[in-house]
Unconditional design. Sequence first.
Lengths: 115, 421
Amino acid sequence: MIHDKQRIARMAEELISDLFRYDCKDMDLRILDKEGFYTISISGYCKGMKSREIERIRKLLNQPRNSQMEEYYWGLSGDSDQDTEFSLLGIMSDEVELNYDEGSGTLFIKLTRKK
Amino acid sequence: MSEAFSLKREEFYPYLFLFSFSCVLIISGFALASPGELREGILLIIEDPDYLISDYIGVGGMGAAFFNSGALSLMIVILFITQKTRITGISVASVFTVAGFGFLGKNILNVWFIIIGVYLFALFTRESFSKYVYVAVFGTALSPLVSQLMFGISAPLLLRIILASLTGLSIGFILPTLASQMLKVHHGFNLYNLGFVSGVVGTLYVSLFRSYGFLTQSRMIWTTGNNAILGVFLVLLFSMMIITALVIGNKGLLRSQVSLWQYSGRLITDFIALEGWGPTIFNMGIMGLFSSFYIILIRGDLNGPTLAGIFTLVGFSAFGKHLRNILPIFLGVGLGALTKSWAITDPAIQLAALFGTTLAPVSGEFGWKAGVLAGFIHSSVVLNVGVLHSGFNLYNNGFAGGIVAMVLVPLLEVMIRRDSV
């Protein structure tokens, strides 16, 4: 795939920007390059996120991988200064994991992307 | 969420929707002209230079224009099936856009050179062509350049065919690389991204051709007097969409509509994925009725070019546009007509209002005042950029919209969202 690594970098950048947007602090980002797939995980201290915000993110992320849309729009990833681009991350990922612990305020997102 | 496709029940109905839309256009073509008139009209359309503004209703007659539009959109639907495309908002937008421009510059011959050019790029990069199918479909914005070289210049036939083919193929070959990269320029606030890309590429090609004495006269084929028949057709078509939406998604349709209005519309906002088919088709029907009545109420002209504008607007109502984010753009263009040196019924301004909604995400993200400003500026810019590509980029408003967004969005970010990331 053309620009494969660049796309992973953009997805990571997108995650960081999106969490900043939700006023998250103390973020940890981890990228794994495994046989056949990548994972990009981010966790952050995002105190006070409302359940409807979590549901909105889940809704935007939970879109099927769509390589046709990805090929046209991946250039937008990492460009989020206003609206969230979770939709784009959704169509660029094969699996999505999202957890939010209300007590500790920890948001965890893990994206798995097949090569 | 892994990627899988088969024409199962869940894919069958979306395809049926697009297939039915194409068939309605084809049947209308047969209803409006005899087979002989259709044949003659289609030949006239194919041999026309096609650059802006070439109303196919004026070139080949209403029946032939409808047939061309329907046949072209049907070809794209079949292309999607062969490429195992899962129908999403952008697929609907692309079929409606092609159907619209089947009345204004795209025909069953001239689109294929660019599509094959994209296919050659896929071969070159050893990627699947299906990945580039949207670039291929939207990239046909520059198809008139193929027609002009093949039928509009005085040279031996073989030379014209070679020149037209090489031009179309090379355009298709370079578009996939540029399509994604140029999104950064307007930050996804210009929905007709390929319009912007095609504007830049078209400017490059036309500049080269001009250096060799290739000059074109400006043209304006703009039919009038068909508001009644086309108005009835559009009202019936969009009412059918609303009825379809009521049948398939009657539960909470209005609530979904309000929910849909909360999206800014910035790329990518796929209403089908986010809200489902019922609310999306309902939105498309509403937007179709709104834009048709807009043209009728301002005493504009329903014809090939405005049908292109209406169908494109309706298509993108599955992918970012809704009443809340397009109204400020219409207002901005209207305000421009009040204060500037043209009237709201001038052909280019009718089109600027319809196609100017490419900037709908600006009002969706920054508020209605920003949308009005975007529409106001857009109506001036669009009148001045066509000369760069001599009208060969059919998505001239997408080109202008890209320039407006490129300048306006960074300024709005600083002025309105100073505390952003």
